[in-house]
Structures are given as structure tokens and as C-alpha cells.
Design a protein around this ligand. Structure first.
Ligand SMILES: [Zn+2]
Length: 383
């Protein structure tokens, strides 16, 4: 169709300066997907795969369940076309992530489980630690993991500042880096010694002196500064402080989704993140979002901040996701809708819906994973 071709041409030439948003109003909705590409044609980065399966795992009876990545998750990611998965390694429970329980030990336990598990995968799963590890084409037969930590409580000192100089606690940050961790979200929903999580205070305060020191050290080491769940004033402050792009791996816009507690971000925060060169990663939420909503959100964000600043946090549980038998009941499994599909179907559906809205293959590639490649090439250690 001439109309959609015109739009496609426009999209393929629109950068941030032209305002990708102009596309949205002109795009013919409900058009057939124009792309012939599927998930295996793109470098897909799944922005946030919670590994709650790890909580209490060593108490489960079947030995296979003690290595969930190798035995349950990796092959589904590979079959689904996912090249890289960002996995939060920190905190063994929500209380630990929120900073209401000591998070350090839990983080060390979870990291041990994950690294031991990855060792068992015989090369099918490997870590991204340097720029040299980044895929230059979609992975085939293997998946890579980018270790993230959700909540800085695990690197804080036992005593509140200023009893200890920041340098003392930065030692823990550096130790996590040496274990292969390449991202740290400053907070989960609670308050810690770095900053306020938005679960307790949407606007919150600026970062603490220690929070600023953590970002500076992350910049120096080559780590991704994560702002999901961080309060609004924390996001604005982090954007000022960080010399490299800041990223929200899994957060929707408040104008599209309101969950409880309200963890979604405003347009202003999305713009602040994009201004650093960073990424806003939209995500599916069970029983809350539909893919249509997510694609509406991507279209809106493309107008607001440009397709080069969008990522995908998560597209939902797939039907082979371990049920309570393997996960010790952290969430109950539903079998309807998205949860009844395979991971490959998730990504195929999402790609087709983006294409129907007029997103070019180039832009789809950027928001599925290309944007992370750009950011990681900028921030990770060279080798
Ligand atoms: Zn989260």
C-alpha cells in the first residue's frame, strides 16, 4: 500500500531529531504486518526476567530443579529467539530487595545458584561481562545473561552514613562486579542507603551522598545504572550524576498502566532517561496489560523519546514456565491468554503488531535489543 510505504520510509529515516512520534498519527492501524522477520532475525534482549524460581530452591526435591536456568529456562529462551536475558541476581526475597532485610547474604546465595547453574549449562548459557562478549548477530543455540541486581541494599553498610566513608561500602559493589554483575538498580520499591524506592514515596528525595558515590563508581567500573522502581527525584538526580546512559529495564508509563504500588513512571522521567542516551523498557504485567496496550505505549514512547530509547522488559510467562511444582509457589500460574503461548509466539506476535503499526524492521530491531547493544558498547569494559 502506498500509504504504509510512505510511512515506512518516513520511519526509516526518522531519528530522534525528526520526532518519531509524527508517525503514530499517520499510521494505518490494523494493517497487515509487513515484516517477514521473526524473533530469530533480531538480537532480542529480554530486559528483566525475575528468577523467583530461585527462592527456596535448594529445598526442592528434584535435582533438576536446583539448576533452573540449565534445566528449564535456557532452552525456552533459545527457542524463543532471545539472545540476551537481563537477570536480577540480587536479593533472595522481596523483603531483601526492598531493603527491609539484610540483602547482602541473599544476593550472594542467589548469585552462587545462578553462577553454579550457568556452569552446568555446558556453554549454552554464558555471561556478558565485556564489550567483546556482545553478540554481533542473533545468537543461535545459546543465550547470554547480563547479571543485574535489583536494589542497592546489598551493597550498603551496616551503619547508616556518614559513619562509614562511601569508600568502605563501594568495596561490596566492586566485589559484585568481580563476580560478573554488570547492572545495579539503585532501589527496589523500598528505601535504602542509596535512595528512595517509589513504592513508598513516588517523588522521593534526591540520591544520598552514598547513592551518588555508587553511580560514580559504576561509571568507572563499566556498569549499567538501573532506575526501575526508583523515586522520581531519584531518577532526575541519577540522570544528572551519571556520565553514561541510565536505564529502566522494566517499567511502564503511568499514563498507560497504574499498578499497586504505583511503580510506573511519568513522561518527564522517561524524557530524563532518554536524555542520558538510556532506555525505557516496557513490560507485560499478568492480568493488567495486553499486547495492544504495550504496542500503544511503544508508539507513544516513539513519539516522546524516539525508538532508540525503548526496550522490552518482559512479555509474560510462557506456557512452559515452571509451575508451582518447580517454583515453590511464589506466583500462581494462569493458563489463559499470553501465559498459554510459547515464548516464540510472544515475540512473533509482538513483532507483527509493531510492524502493523508501521515500525520498520530497523526500528523493531532497535527496540527489541539493538538499543541495549548501543548502550552496552558505550558502558561495558572493553575486554
Ligand atoms: Zn522490578
Amino acid at each position: 500500500m502506498a500509504g504504509s510505504n510512505t510511512r515506512r520510509d518516513f520511519l526509516s529515516h526518522s531519528g530522534a531529531l525528526m520526532g518519531a512520534g509524527m508517525l503514530a498519527s499517520a499510521l494505518p492501524h490494523n494493517a497487515a504486518a509487513a515484516t517477514s522477520k521473526g524473533p530469530h532475525d533480531f538480537i532480542i534482549v529480554e530486559g528483566h526476567r525475575d528468577m523467583w524460581e530461585l527462592s527456596g530452591r535448594t529445598r526442592l526435591k528434584e535435582a533438576a530443579q536446583h539448576a533452573p536456568i540449565t534445566n528449564f529456562v535456557a532452552q525456552r529462551l533459545i527457542d524463543g529467539g532471545v539472545s540476551v536475558c537481563i537477570m536480577p541476581a540480587g536479593g533472595d526475597s522481596l523483603d531483601e530487595r526492598d531493603g527491609t532485610e539484610a540483602a547482602f547474604e541473599g544476593s550472594m546465595r542467589v548469585l552462587d545458584l545462578m553462577l553454579s547453574d550457568i556452569d552446568k549449562s555446558a556453554g549454552k548459557v554464558s555471561l556478558i561481562k565485556t564489550r567483546a562478549d556482545l553478540p554481533s548477530a542473533p545468537n543461535s543455540g545459546k543465550v547470554q545473561v547480563f547479571l543485574d541486581i535489583e536494589g542497592g541494599a546489598c551493597i550498603q553498610a551496616n551503619e547508616p552514613e556518614p559513619r562509614f566513608p562511601p569508600e568502605r561500602s563501594l568495596a561490596l559493589l566492586r566485589q559484585f562486579f568481580r563476580l560478573g554483575v554488570r547492572g545495579l538498580q539503585l532501589t527496589h520499591n523500598g528505601r535504602n542507603q542509596l535512595a528512595d524506592g517509589r513504592g513508598i514515596d513516588k517523588m522521593g528525595s534526591k540520591l544520598t551522598q552514598f547513592g551518588v558515590a555508587v553511580i560514580e563508581e559504576m561509571n568507572r567500573l563499566g556498569m549499567m545504572v538501573g532506575v526501575s522502581h526508583l523515586s522520581a527525584n531519584g531518577v532526575f538526580h541519577a540522570a544528572e550524576v551519571s556520565k553514561t546512559p541510565i536505564v529502566s529495564t522494566h517499567q511502564n508509563l503511568e499514563r498507560f498502566v497504574q499498578s499497586k504500588p504505583l511503580v510506573e513512571i511519568t513522561d518527564e522521567e522517561a524524557k530524563a532517561i532518554a536524555k542520558t542516551g538510556g532506555i525505557v523498557g516496557i513490560r507485560y504485567i499478568v492480568n493488567v496489560t495486553t499486547y495492544k496496550q504495550l504496542v500503544d505505549e511503544v508508539e507513544y514512547l516513539a513519539k516522546l523519546i524516539g525508538p532508540e530509547h525503548i526496550g522490552v522488559g518482559w512479555l509474560g510467562h510462557d506456557k512452559a514456565n515452571p509451575s508451582n511444582r518447580e517454583t515453590e509457589g511464589h506466583f500462581s500460574r494462569t493458563y489463559s491468554g499470553v501465559e498459554a503461548e510459547t515464548m516464540s509466539q510472544h515475540w512473533t506476535n509482538f513483532i507483527n503488531m509493531l510492524s502493523e503499526r508501521g515500525f520498520t524492521d530497523e526500528h523493531i530491531g532497535m527496540l527489541l535489543g539493538g538499543n541495549y547493544m548501543r548502550v552496552w558498547k558505550q558502558i561495558l569494559p572493553r575486554a
